[in-house]
Design a protein around this ligand. Sequence first.
Ligand code: SF4
Ligand code: SF4
Length: 157
Amino acid sequence: MSSPYAKSCYNTLMPIPAQPLDTSVCFRCGECCKRYQVLLDAAEANRLSEHLGISLADFRTRYADPRWPGSDKLLLRQSSGACPFLHNSNKEFLCTVHKLKPGPCREWAADLSKPECKRGLKSQWELTVDNTGCLQGASGDIRAFLEYHARLSGEGD
Ligand code: SF4
Ligand code: SF4
């Protein structure tokens, strides 16, 4: 069974982490929210429309992808290549409806073995994970990522 932790793999120039890197921490690259369109059920669409202070009909007009057949479910359309509820805050991608996010988003778990998380690690941090689980890249980038990651780990969800 694979470990949820990445190996340390640091040379003597790198700080020794207090504990192994937990690869299940989302580092907010936004790749998954850019790559996939989310399917909502009627209850989720209702909750979001109420939260936004608009009618369900307005919600459909603004956020539903008309290509989705039927009306019992609703497919969120993309806006500028991402979920319309994804907010870029100085390159940190945040869900603006985090407390109400739909089932598929709640079920999605960050994992550095996933292609989406790997892609975000590369695009946001210029880092990769090798096949032994070690972070690869410039030592300054690894250091910055570890500091950011430690801060997120301390914040919880
Ligand atoms: S609802 Fe939030 S978590 Fe789900 S795809 Fe949109 S931005 Fe991402
Ligand atoms: S791709 Fe992974 S790290 Fe990036 S936002 Fe999605 S779950 Fe988080």
